[in-house]
Ligand binder design. Structure first.
Ligand SMILES: *Cc1c(COP(=O)(O)O)cnc(C)c1O
Length: 356
């Protein structure tokens, strides 16, 4: 990759917190590894990144991102193979996507050596934080935010890029119950739906709170004009197995995040000779398939949740209950196949994993 020579200053913790962690009971996103990476952007250039002990930041109350939301992030996982070696899954795809988000949010590109080589060195240092029981991994959270100390509205000139990591177990313990949203809108053409910008999540809190109270786990968002065409689930892309085809909304209208898991799933399915259609998909088509007995499986895909089977999909007064997950061929095969690559149980013929 030509980046491994990058000079990163490393300041190690005096004493690791590892012994305080109960790896038998890891909750997603609650504990953080010993170290973090931090890099500052000033006067049009990135300064040398540092790996330092995980610590709280000190910020002016006038720091711009707090007020105006120039903030973006990524989500990646490192898995441990049978020999205990860390494997990072497709980090270069996340690096590219981070810069797609950065561009839309008028933020600077993060150079590959800071993102990839910085991450590699951070994971190498905290490799013992990668849990090893089934379905666990180290969640890697790169993020960038604007740090001008100025409360006027203008694109910032100073930015901070960081990476923190957190041991993670399975995200959902059982199939999820989904509510099809047609009151609130997540994304529309020309907006920021295709980015991992903080604001996309801030706006989703109230709608999600409302459907949680009604007993659902997550929202399936629909388009902003007709509230009819499905987009994606809160933090996951969505797939439907209808008849012998797999259908997922296409990402060409700037409204859907181009998930790395989504791309991996499409690639694996097509390699196996299964027909995958990336296209406009109306909720009416899903309902018709359900009533005809053609809706076989529905699942979300994302780094945090991997493949998340959908138990039921509710649209207005219609509750579409999917068959028992044990009987699903596609999602169960994908989960195993993806897992085999991520955990290094099978040869990675696609160049997806990055050894640390
Ligand atoms: C992160 C995310 C996904 C999943 O993307 P992956 O790269 O597969 O983790 C899907 N939708 C949204 C809105 C997301 O934020």
């Amino acid at each position: 990759m030509g980046v491994s020579s990058m000079d990163i200053s490393i300041n190690k913790v005096e004493k690791s917190r590892l012994s305080e962690v109960d790896f038998a009971d890891i909750q997603f996103g609650k504990i953080y590894s010993d170290h973090m990476l931090i890099a500052y952007y000033e006067n049009g250039a990135w300064l040398k990144p540092e790996i330092v002990p995980f610590h709280n930041l000190s910020l002016s109350p006038a720091t711009t991102f707090i007020h105006y939301g120039q903030a973006i992030f990524e989500g990646i996982k490192a898995y441990k193979d049978a020999d205990g070696n860390p494997l990072i899954f497709r980090p270069r795809d996340n690096w590219k996507r981070m810069n797609t988000s950065a561009h839309r949010m008028a933020m600077p590109d993060v150079p590959e050596d800071i993102f990839i080589e910085g991450m590699r060195q951070l994971i190498n240092l905290d490799r013992d934080w990668i849990p090893s029981s089934p379905d666990t991994a180290l969640y890697i959270r790169p993020f960038m935010f604007a740090t001008d100390e100025f409360i006027g509205v203008k694109p910032a000139e100073k930015f901070t890029f960081m990476i923190i990591t957190s041991p993670a177990g399975p995200y959902y313990s059982k199939p999820v119950s989904i509510y099809v949203q047609d009151k609130y809108v997540r994304a529309f053409p020309g907006g920021i739906g295709f980015t991992k910008a903080a604001g996309n999540y801030g706006m989703s809190m109230l709608p999600t709170m409302e459907i949680r109270k009604m007993g659902y786990d997550q929202i399936l968002w629909t388009d902003g004009f007709e509230h009819k065409y499905v987009q994606e689930i809160g933090t996951m892309n969505v797939f439907f197995v209808i008849g012998n085809k797999v259908i997922t909304p296409d990402i060409k209208h700037d409204t859907i995040l181009a998930g790395v898991t989504r791309d991996s799933v499409i690639t694996l399915l097509r390699d196996k000779g299964i027909i995958v259609e990336e296209r406009t998909l109306g909720i009416d088509e899903i309902e018709t398939a359900y009533h005809n007995g053609q809706l076989k499986e529905a699942f979300g895909t994302g780094t945090a949740a991997s493949i998340a089977p959908i138990a039921a999909l509710t649209y207005h007064d219609t509750k579409m209950e999917l068959p028992p997950v044990e009987t699903w061929e596609t999602a169960n095969w994908l989960k195993k196949e993806l897992g085999d690559i991520r955990y290094g149980r099978t040869k990675d013929t696609k160049g997806w994993t990055l050894a640390v």
